[in-house]
Design a protein around this ligand. Structure first.
Ligand SMILES: Nc1nc2c(c(=O)[nH]1)N[C@H]1C(S)=C(S)[C@@H](COP(=O)(O)OP(=O)(O)OC[C@H]3O[C@@H](n4cnc5c(=O)[nH]c(N)nc54)[C@H](O)[C@@H]3O)O[C@H]1N2
Ligand SMILES: Nc1nc2c(c(=O)[nH]1)N[C@H]1C(S)=C(S)[C@@H](COP(=O)(O)OP(=O)(O)OC[C@H]3O[C@@H](n4cnc5c(=O)[nH]c(N)nc54)[C@H](O)[C@@H]3O)O[C@H]1N2
Ligand code: SF4
Ligand SMILES: [Mo]
Length: 703
């Protein structure tokens, strides 16, 4: 029996795992207590890594669509056909007619990050999409305008804080995002044990809220006024503390001016949290000395996502808890992704380019994914005719997925690199089978730049590639070579890691790839330290508190408040949720993760349920502007009245038979979310707060 140590590649928590195996047979997967970040923590998904490796349904060979369905072909034929069809579309319709969609697993795979850049260069397309604009684009937009770089994102210094206010995140289930913080539960308990406080603001009493000191319901999509009121209190009560950043900030007077109108009384009426509670949270955080406002997914995926994330930063800065112990801090990673981008001097004050069809902002060169279908269906110069989809399942992950599904069905060509035939890849002409987690080496360039402690860790591959699959980086490198006519350099990511570590700030202390290989549990580089003034990327090194784009967007907010939300035929607001034993759309094939009770249920408050005469376990039809689904109801006091919650990532059946999702009671929330609802400032999809109506269904017709 052998023991292998690595980092789990599924989510952002970066848990160290210990795998005992005999050859390719896995005996056990456990948390690695010696991992300096995760200290033994693990969740049920890591144990399923073995299921993904051995899964009979996982692709083993390239597939080509024929009249008789998919047939297995050689890599040579797959590459040849893919590149010739891409070139054909480029010649007939121009370079922008070939679009790309990059899904979430790309971020967890250093090979993809490295080889994507030359691949994109070779494709020469401006039609780029990714999961970022159905997720965290507002965080990037705030970072660009305030600090000069899209990936200069602060992370909560959880282990040293005294007060943690969580808005729109459920880290006890999600294990955290834009915050690599394995074992969030233990870290949260530790805050309370040292006399600190944890408060959760969420339209659902979540698993995290349940373990916090206080939970407050908030009306979906009203967080922005709550945040304005928090800042209002800091300023009105003269609690602003700027500490070492005082001389490095501009825009405080603009902030004072804009928050005047948003008193706690005014905000309380809108968001449903009393003025007294708003005021007491602001004061308690000001007095806690070390305090964190952590805002995530629930705030970035709403109509005012950009304002929410900007104001969250502003609050942390004015509360004296930015770039300071126990507040929001910036990691000092061994490989700093910022050092690989062009020099300082952002933001370049040019206006943000707009997308062709819906004139949405194209931050970090991406068209918002919510408009992908429109870009495919709207004729004219630049219309998308082909799609290259790498590790993404947008039919289930972007709003109004059915509309996208119809649009991709009409494309001239589509190629997917995936590990399965999915709801998206089944429409492809070619599917290129990629390796899965255990078959490749790992160094988390993206997430070690978001980790709550500085560490470095490298894991080699555990198993050889199964069947005839290739690593994503090999696929990208070969496609690049064939598109450009240049030779495939073919060197593995390790070459880059070696070089990047040598260029990094810990090289002087002897940190290199060899050392990481000798330390399979990872190397601890210590707690976070104040480093923003070293890392900031604005041309004059100042933090911009009040960038004009945000001030302008406040007018949109003002107008929305005046209009109030029109309920019309859709009296409920729908929000999403995550479940512990699934990851986005792709882990449902693991029996280990899918057994047990049905988790794809619609949460409904008892008051609403009794008014509509719907009882627990009954099926209802849920309708929105764009679609309808049938789903089982779970009556629960944990959801706010007037709000319903449906999990994301479902709608996926057993991979060997794509048709059975409905029979498994699994529906996609994105059959209901509306592609026209976006945060106009950032282009991010507004997945939360979607207006829906409910009606009773007979049990039999539910399927
Ligand atoms: N309504 C609603 N919609 C949401 C969300 C929500 O909360 N609510 N969440 C959003 C968020 S945060 C995200 S990140 C997106 C995710 O959106 P996507 O990235 O589109 O979805 P995933 O399920 O992560 O898809 C990953 C795909 O990659 C494949 N895959 C897995 N591992 C590998 C690999 O190593 N290589 C390759 N080539 N393929 C691989 C999987 O089989 C799957 O098809 O969804 C978003 N959509
Ligand atoms: N088990 C599991 N873990 C995951 C994933 C998974 O699919 N499964 N996905 C991973 C990915 S890709 C990501 S990005 C992260 C996301 O991780 P988190 O950011 O923690 O996201 P969620 O768990 O979706 O929690 C979002 C919360 O926002 C709340 N919310 C919705 N609307 C509003 C609103 O208007 N206001 C407020 N205040 N709250 C609101 C929801 O009720 C929910 O509790 O999770 C990652 N981890
Ligand atoms: S929390 Fe995330 S990284 Fe940790 S074991 Fe679970 S899926 Fe893997
Ligand atoms: Mo995500």
């Amino acid at each position: 029996m052998q023991t292998h140590y690595r980092t789990c590649n599924i989510c952002e928590a970066l848990c160290g795992i210990e795998i005992q195996h005999e050859g390719e047979k896995i005996i056990s997967i456990k948390g690695d207590p010696k991992d300096p970040l995760s200290r033994g923590h693990i969740c049920p998904k890591a144990v399923a890594l073995q299921d993904f490796y051995h899964d009979e349904d996982r692709l083993r060979n390239p597939l080509k669509k024929t009249e008789k369905g998919f047939v297995e072909i050689s890599w040579e034929e797959a590459f040849d056909y893919t590149v010739s069809r891409i070139k054909q579309v480029q010649e007939e319709h121009g370079m922008n007619a070939v679009a790309t969609f990059l899904g979430n697993p790309n971020a967890h795979n250093v090979g993809n990050l490295l080889f994507m850049r030359p691949f994109m260069k070779a494709l020469k397309t401006r039609s780029r999409f990714s999961a970022s604009s159905v997720d965290q684009m507002p965080h990037h937009v705030a970072a660009i305008h305030m600090l000069g770089h899209s990936i200069l994102n602060p992370v909560p210094d959880l282990d040293r804080t005294n007060y943690l206010l969580i808005m729109g995140a459920n880290p006890l289930v999600s294990n955290g995002s834009m915050m690599s913080a394995p074992d969030f539960g233990k870290r949260m308990r530790a805050i309370r044990e040292r006399g600190g406080k944890v408060v959760v603001i969420d339209p659902r009493r979540t698993e995290t809220a349940d373990k916090a000191d206080q939970h407050l319901f908030i009306k979906p999509e009203s967080d922005v006024v709550f945040l304005l009121a928090l800042i209002h209190v800091l300023i009105a009560e003269e609690k602003v503390r700027l500490n070492h950043l005082e001389k490095h900030l501009i825009g405080l007077s603009e902030i004072s001016a804009i928050v005047k109108r948003y008193s706690p009384d005014f905000a309380g009426e809108i968001c449903g949290i009393s003025a007294e509670k708003i005021r007491s949270i602001a004061i308690a955080m000001a007095e806690a000395n070390r305090a964190i406002l952590y805002s995530r997914m629930g705030l970035s995926t709403q109509t005012f996502g950009g304002l929410c994330i900007w104001l969250s930063n502003v609050f942390n800065i004015l509360n004296g808890n930015y770039d300071r112990e126990g507040g929001m801090m910036f990691p000092s990673p061994a490989i700093d992704p910022i050092s690989f981008s062009p020099k300082k001097g952002r933001p370049k004050h040019k206006s943000i380019p707009l997308s062709r069809v819906r004139q949405l902002p194209k931050y970090i060169g991406e068209i918002p994914a919510a408009s992908m279908a429109d870009e495919m269906e709207t004729e004219g110069e630049g219309q998308i005719k082909a799609l290259v989809c790498i590790a993404g399942n947008p039919v289930l992950s972007v709003p109004n997925g059915r509309k996208l599904e119809k649009a991709i069905g009409k494309l001239e060509f589509m190629v997917c690199a995936d590990i399965y035939v999915t709801e998206t890849s089944r429409h492809a002409d070619i599917i290129l089978p990629a390796s899965s987690g255990l078959e490749r080496s790992q160094y988390d360039v993206t997430f070690l730049n978001l980790a709550i402690r500085n560490i470095a860790k490298y894991s080699p591959a555990l198993f050889p590639k199964k069947g005839n699959v290739k690593h994503d980086w090999e696929i990208l490198a070969e496609l690049t070579a064939r598109l450009t006519g240049q030779e495939n350099p073919g060197h593995p990511p390790e070459l880059f890691l070696e070089m990047a570590l040598q260029m990094g700030q810990y090289a002087k202390q002897g940190l290199n790839l060899e050392k990481l290989k000798q330390h399979p549990h990872g190397v601890d580089l210590g707690p976070l330290r104040a480093c923003l003034l070293e890392r900031i990327q604005t041309d004059d090194d100042t933090i911009r508190l009040a960038p004009q784009v945000f001030l302008d967007d406040l007018q949109r907010l003002g107008a929305a408040i005046e209009r109030d939300t029109e309920r019309g035929d859709f009296p409920f607001q729908m929000i999403g949720r995550r479940v512990l034993r699934q990851h986005n759309t792709w882990t449902h094939n693991s029996h280990r993760l899918s057994k047990g009770r049905n988790e794809c249920t619609l949460l409904l408050n008892p008051e609403d349920a009794s008014r509509l005469e719907i009882s627990n376990g009954e099926h209802v039809k849920v309708s929105s502007r764009v679609g309808e689904i049938a789903v089982e109801v779970e009556v629960s006091p944990d959801i706010m009245p007037g709000v319903v919650s449906l999990p994301q990532g479902f709608g996926s059946g057993k991979k060997s038979n794509m048709q059975v999702a409905a029979a498994q009671n699994s529906v996609s929330i994105n059959d209901l979310t509306d592609d026209m609802r976006v945060d106009l400032l950032t282009g991010n999809a507004a997945l939360n707060g979607v207006r829906v109506s409910l009606s009773k269904l007979e049990e039999q017709s539910a399927n």
